[in-house]
Design a protein around this ligand. Sequence first.
Ligand code: IPM
Ligand code: MG
Length: 355
Amino acid sequence: MTAYRVMVLAGDGVGPEIVAAAQRVLAAAGERFGFALAYEQGLLGGVAIDELGVPMEDGLAARCRACDAVLLGAVGGPKWDTTEPGKPRPEQGLLGMRKELELFANLRPVRSFAALAANSTIKPDVIAGVDIMVVRELTGGLYFGKRERLADSAYDTMLYTDAECDRLLEYAFGLAAGRRGLLHSVDKANVLESSRLWRAAALRAAAGWPAVELRHMLVDNCAMQLIREPRQFDVIATENLFGDILSDEAAMLTGSIGMLPSASVGAGGVSLYEPIHGSAPDIAGRGVVNPCATILSAAMMLDLSCDQTAAARAVEAAVETALTGGARTADIAAAGEPVLTTDEMTDRVIAALQG
Ligand code: IPM
Ligand code: MG
């Protein structure tokens, strides 16, 4: 039987709970589709700071590279929050991992679930049929530029190279070509020089993809358009921080940030899968977190890293079936709807998967 090696980085807060849920679903998928998974564990985030004093275990990236995929829960929490510039932060582990594995493109598929249409804070007729792929640049920009804290000031740098923009946009155009053939390149080219560099790269990439329509959109307008008329978007390609912010906003089109998965892919090596939501320290350890974003991230892993596309689609369909059958964790329950625990929600997905 085919066996895949997966590095599990459970992380902090709800991380261990959602990863455990995803592993149960993966086991059920393996049983049905005839594959096995072998797991390794690594320390990343606050847990690594607590145990080792650093946000990422030594040699972790190399161990990840030796695996077929990396499944990550979440990192961070108030315990490690600090405004001291020199103190280690859990997020440094995640950013370090993205950088070391060269995961330059972060794919965040935003699909509205019919069963949750009434549960979003946005009107059902606005979100019906939404299917957007946010492609976020993940290893450049403000997250990695030079930064400094001075006596009474501080600065961060949004630096991009042609090569960084080119590879992200090329990847995004490729995705758009396989979808509806529309790419919104989102920037702030009316103000930022780095955005004008980005826009030039978008025009260069477009020349190689004549079947894909390129539209430029300013990021502030995009934030508004996502809520006004989200169906106008197919693929959104944007730089790191813009993508971070827009994808949280876009998550609400699905009803809850607890529904949105992501895949971080790079220059051909190992990819990393994680929900886009954070460690949710306020509900951690109570068994109530919505496991769907991580289960759907695991489905992306089956598809993109394990060549188990049928299993991936079956897991996605199982989540949909569970939702249609009324399964709800607290974050997606409308007033009066019965609320399931993380384990119960996972059971419902597994039951649907087993048919
Ligand atoms: C995300 C998160 C991270 C980011 C944090 C935890 C550093 O918000 O994956 O979107 O900003 O990239
Ligand atoms: Mg974010």
